[in-house]
Design a protein around this ligand. Structure first.
Ligand SMILES: Nc1ncnc2c1ncn2[C@@H]1O[C@H](COP(=O)(O)OP(=O)(O)OP(=O)(O)O)[C@@H](O)[C@H]1O
Length: 219
Protein backbone atom coordinates (compact mmCIF):
# COMPACT_ATOMS: atom_id res chain seq x y z
CA UNK A 1 0.00 0.00 0.00
CA UNK A 2 2.05 2.88 -1.26
CA UNK A 3 -0.67 5.48 -1.76
CA UNK A 4 -0.42 8.50 0.47
CA UNK A 5 -3.99 9.51 -0.34
CA UNK A 6 -6.81 7.44 -1.74
CA UNK A 7 -10.18 8.99 -2.55
CA UNK A 8 -12.71 6.34 -3.51
CA UNK A 9 -16.15 6.87 -4.99
CA UNK A 10 -16.39 10.41 -3.67
CA UNK A 11 -19.75 12.13 -4.05
CA UNK A 12 -20.65 15.59 -2.80
CA UNK A 13 -23.81 17.65 -3.19
CA UNK A 14 -24.36 20.96 -1.41
CA UNK A 15 -27.85 21.42 0.09
CA UNK A 16 -28.88 17.86 -0.78
CA UNK A 17 -32.58 17.12 -1.09
CA UNK A 18 -33.54 20.78 -1.43
CA UNK A 19 -34.41 22.87 -4.49
CA UNK A 20 -31.04 24.58 -3.98
CA UNK A 21 -29.11 21.30 -4.33
CA UNK A 22 -25.77 21.65 -6.13
CA UNK A 23 -24.23 18.34 -7.19
CA UNK A 24 -20.47 18.89 -7.39
CA UNK A 25 -18.57 15.60 -7.27
CA UNK A 26 -19.82 12.17 -8.26
CA UNK A 27 -18.08 8.80 -8.03
CA UNK A 28 -14.66 10.39 -8.08
CA UNK A 29 -11.57 8.21 -7.59
CA UNK A 30 -8.14 9.71 -7.07
CA UNK A 31 -4.98 8.17 -5.66
CA UNK A 32 -1.67 9.85 -5.01
CA UNK A 33 1.41 7.68 -4.63
CA UNK A 34 4.32 8.35 -2.31
CA UNK A 35 6.49 11.05 -3.84
CA UNK A 36 4.00 11.70 -6.63
CA UNK A 37 3.09 15.25 -7.63
CA UNK A 38 -0.34 15.56 -9.22
CA UNK A 39 -1.78 18.62 -10.95
CA UNK A 40 -5.48 19.27 -10.45
CA UNK A 41 -6.90 21.20 -13.39
CA UNK A 42 -10.52 22.27 -13.41
CA UNK A 43 -12.69 24.97 -14.93
CA UNK A 44 -14.05 27.44 -12.40
CA UNK A 45 -16.93 25.93 -10.43
CA UNK A 46 -16.08 22.32 -11.28
CA UNK A 47 -15.39 21.49 -7.65
CA UNK A 48 -11.65 21.99 -7.26
CA UNK A 49 -11.93 23.65 -3.83
CA UNK A 50 -14.53 21.11 -2.72
CA UNK A 51 -12.17 18.29 -3.64
CA UNK A 52 -9.21 19.93 -1.86
CA UNK A 53 -11.35 20.47 1.24
CA UNK A 54 -12.40 16.81 1.24
CA UNK A 55 -8.82 15.62 0.67
CA UNK A 56 -7.68 18.03 3.40
CA UNK A 57 -10.18 16.64 5.93
CA UNK A 58 -11.87 20.04 6.17
CA UNK A 59 -15.12 18.75 4.67
CA UNK A 60 -16.70 15.31 4.45
CA UNK A 61 -18.10 13.67 1.33
CA UNK A 62 -21.70 12.38 1.16
CA UNK A 63 -20.39 9.19 -0.39
CA UNK A 64 -17.07 7.42 -0.64
CA UNK A 65 -13.93 7.11 1.45
CA UNK A 66 -10.96 9.30 2.26
CA UNK A 67 -7.95 7.12 3.09
CA UNK A 68 -4.82 8.90 4.26
CA UNK A 69 -1.65 6.81 4.59
CA UNK A 70 -3.73 3.65 4.78
CA UNK A 71 -6.19 4.96 7.40
CA UNK A 72 -9.82 5.50 6.49
CA UNK A 73 -10.60 8.87 8.06
CA UNK A 74 -13.99 9.41 6.41
CA UNK A 75 -16.02 8.93 9.56
CA UNK A 76 -13.26 9.62 12.08
CA UNK A 77 -13.82 11.98 15.02
CA UNK A 78 -13.01 15.68 14.69
CA UNK A 79 -10.10 15.16 17.06
CA UNK A 80 -8.51 12.47 14.91
CA UNK A 81 -9.11 14.42 11.71
CA UNK A 82 -7.58 17.56 13.21
CA UNK A 83 -4.58 15.58 14.41
CA UNK A 84 -4.11 13.97 10.98
CA UNK A 85 -4.46 17.36 9.30
CA UNK A 86 -1.83 18.87 11.55
CA UNK A 87 0.68 16.01 11.29
CA UNK A 88 0.19 14.56 7.84
CA UNK A 89 -1.01 17.39 5.63
CA UNK A 90 0.44 20.74 4.59
CA UNK A 91 -1.69 23.45 2.99
CA UNK A 92 -0.69 26.24 0.62
CA UNK A 93 -3.27 28.71 -0.65
CA UNK A 94 -3.33 31.33 -3.37
CA UNK A 95 -2.99 34.05 -0.75
CA UNK A 96 -0.26 33.44 1.84
CA UNK A 97 -2.46 33.71 4.99
CA UNK A 98 0.61 34.35 7.15
CA UNK A 99 0.05 35.85 10.60
CA UNK A 100 0.77 39.57 10.11
CA UNK A 101 2.05 40.23 13.63
CA UNK A 102 4.72 37.55 13.46
CA UNK A 103 8.04 37.29 11.65
CA UNK A 104 8.74 34.83 8.83
CA UNK A 105 10.61 32.63 11.31
CA UNK A 106 7.78 32.72 13.86
CA UNK A 107 5.22 31.89 11.18
CA UNK A 108 7.14 28.67 10.49
CA UNK A 109 7.81 27.93 14.18
CA UNK A 110 4.22 28.32 15.44
CA UNK A 111 2.62 25.29 13.71
CA UNK A 112 5.42 23.15 15.12
CA UNK A 113 4.77 24.39 18.67
CA UNK A 114 1.07 23.62 18.17
CA UNK A 115 2.14 20.11 17.24
CA UNK A 116 4.23 19.68 20.40
CA UNK A 117 7.71 20.24 18.95
CA UNK A 118 10.11 21.82 21.53
CA UNK A 119 10.89 25.48 20.77
CA UNK A 120 14.60 24.97 20.04
CA UNK A 121 13.99 22.17 17.54
CA UNK A 122 11.17 24.14 15.94
CA UNK A 123 13.44 27.15 15.39
CA UNK A 124 16.19 24.99 13.94
CA UNK A 125 13.79 23.36 11.49
CA UNK A 126 12.21 26.71 10.55
CA UNK A 127 15.66 28.18 9.83
CA UNK A 128 16.62 25.25 7.67
CA UNK A 129 13.35 25.42 5.69
CA UNK A 130 13.70 29.17 5.14
CA UNK A 131 17.30 28.69 4.05
CA UNK A 132 16.20 26.14 1.47
CA UNK A 133 13.96 28.70 -0.20
CA UNK A 134 16.61 31.42 0.03
CA UNK A 135 15.02 33.45 2.84
CA UNK A 136 17.65 33.43 5.57
CA UNK A 137 17.96 37.21 5.21
CA UNK A 138 14.21 37.61 5.73
CA UNK A 139 13.77 35.57 8.91
CA UNK A 140 12.96 38.58 11.06
CA UNK A 141 10.69 40.27 8.51
CA UNK A 142 6.96 40.45 9.03
CA UNK A 143 4.81 39.48 6.02
CA UNK A 144 4.08 43.13 5.14
CA UNK A 145 7.81 43.72 4.73
CA UNK A 146 8.24 40.98 2.16
CA UNK A 147 7.45 40.70 -1.55
CA UNK A 148 4.59 38.50 -2.79
CA UNK A 149 7.01 35.81 -3.91
CA UNK A 150 8.80 35.88 -0.54
CA UNK A 151 5.51 35.69 1.36
CA UNK A 152 4.52 32.65 -0.68
CA UNK A 153 7.89 30.99 -0.02
CA UNK A 154 7.33 31.49 3.74
CA UNK A 155 3.81 30.05 3.39
CA UNK A 156 5.36 27.07 1.69
CA UNK A 157 7.84 26.59 4.57
CA UNK A 158 4.96 26.84 7.02
CA UNK A 159 3.12 24.09 5.12
CA UNK A 160 6.21 21.87 5.43
CA UNK A 161 6.91 22.80 9.05
CA UNK A 162 5.52 19.58 10.54
CA UNK A 163 7.02 17.37 7.79
CA UNK A 164 3.70 16.33 6.25
CA UNK A 165 3.31 13.35 3.92
CA UNK A 166 1.08 15.25 1.50
CA UNK A 167 0.92 18.88 0.45
CA UNK A 168 -2.38 20.26 -0.81
CA UNK A 169 -2.01 23.48 -2.75
CA UNK A 170 -4.71 25.69 -4.26
CA UNK A 171 -3.21 27.89 -6.99
CA UNK A 172 -0.04 28.40 -4.93
CA UNK A 173 1.45 30.84 -7.45
CA UNK A 174 -1.85 32.24 -8.76
CA UNK A 175 -1.34 35.63 -7.11
CA UNK A 176 2.15 36.27 -8.47
CA UNK A 177 3.32 37.82 -11.72
CA UNK A 178 4.34 35.18 -14.30
CA UNK A 179 8.12 35.52 -13.77
CA UNK A 180 7.89 35.32 -9.97
CA UNK A 181 5.32 32.51 -10.23
CA UNK A 182 7.79 30.52 -12.29
CA UNK A 183 10.63 31.02 -9.80
CA UNK A 184 8.49 30.21 -6.77
CA UNK A 185 7.09 27.14 -8.49
CA UNK A 186 10.61 25.92 -9.31
CA UNK A 187 11.68 26.34 -5.69
CA UNK A 188 8.56 24.60 -4.49
CA UNK A 189 9.12 21.67 -6.85
CA UNK A 190 12.80 21.37 -5.89
CA UNK A 191 11.98 21.10 -2.19
CA UNK A 192 9.09 18.72 -2.90
CA UNK A 193 11.40 16.46 -4.93
CA UNK A 194 14.26 16.64 -2.40
CA UNK A 195 12.01 15.66 0.47
CA UNK A 196 10.03 13.01 -1.42
CA UNK A 197 6.83 14.82 -0.49
CA UNK A 198 3.59 13.96 -2.33
CA UNK A 199 1.48 16.83 -3.58
CA UNK A 200 -1.86 17.68 -5.11
CA UNK A 201 -1.56 21.10 -6.69
CA UNK A 202 -4.54 22.87 -8.25
CA UNK A 203 -3.59 25.21 -11.05
CA UNK A 204 -5.04 26.88 -14.12
CA UNK A 205 -1.56 27.15 -15.59
CA UNK A 206 -1.11 24.31 -18.08
CA UNK A 207 2.61 24.94 -18.37
CA UNK A 208 3.03 24.37 -14.61
CA UNK A 209 0.65 21.40 -14.72
CA UNK A 210 2.85 19.86 -17.43
CA UNK A 211 5.84 19.92 -15.07
CA UNK A 212 4.10 17.63 -12.57
CA UNK A 213 3.98 13.82 -12.74
CA UNK A 214 0.33 13.56 -13.75
CA UNK A 215 -2.60 15.82 -14.55
CA UNK A 216 -6.07 15.09 -13.16
CA UNK A 217 -8.95 16.99 -14.72
CA UNK A 218 -12.27 17.79 -13.13
CA UNK A 219 -15.41 18.75 -15.05
N1 LIG B 1 -21.43 25.93 0.64
C1 LIG B 1 -21.94 25.81 -0.58
N2 LIG B 1 -23.27 25.77 -0.77
C2 LIG B 1 -23.80 25.63 -2.01
N3 LIG B 1 -23.08 25.55 -3.14
C3 LIG B 1 -21.75 25.60 -3.02
C4 LIG B 1 -21.10 25.74 -1.74
N4 LIG B 1 -19.77 25.76 -1.95
C5 LIG B 1 -19.58 25.65 -3.29
N5 LIG B 1 -20.76 25.55 -3.93
C6 LIG B 1 -20.97 25.38 -5.38
O1 LIG B 1 -20.35 24.16 -5.76
C7 LIG B 1 -19.65 24.32 -7.01
C8 LIG B 1 -18.18 23.96 -6.83
O2 LIG B 1 -17.59 24.88 -5.93
P1 LIG B 1 -16.00 24.92 -5.70
O3 LIG B 1 -15.75 26.03 -4.75
O4 LIG B 1 -15.53 23.57 -5.33
O5 LIG B 1 -15.53 25.29 -7.16
P2 LIG B 1 -14.06 25.53 -7.76
O6 LIG B 1 -13.91 24.52 -8.84
O7 LIG B 1 -13.07 25.54 -6.67
O8 LIG B 1 -14.19 26.96 -8.41
P3 LIG B 1 -13.11 28.17 -8.52
O9 LIG B 1 -11.96 27.62 -9.31
O10 LIG B 1 -13.89 29.23 -9.23
O11 LIG B 1 -12.74 28.54 -7.11
C9 LIG B 1 -19.87 25.75 -7.45
O12 LIG B 1 -20.93 25.74 -8.39
C10 LIG B 1 -20.30 26.46 -6.19
O13 LIG B 1 -21.17 27.51 -6.46
Amino acid sequence: MNDVLRLQGIGKTYNPGTPAAVPVLSDLDLSIGRGEVVALVAPSGAGKSTLLHIAGLLDTPDEGQVVLQGRDLTGASDRLRTQARRRELGFVYQFHHLLPEFSALENVVLPQLANGTPAGAARTRARSLLARVGLTEREAHRPAAMSGGEQQRVAFCRALANAPALMLADEPTGNLDPGTADQVFDLLMNVVRETGLSALIATHNMELAGRMDRVVRLG
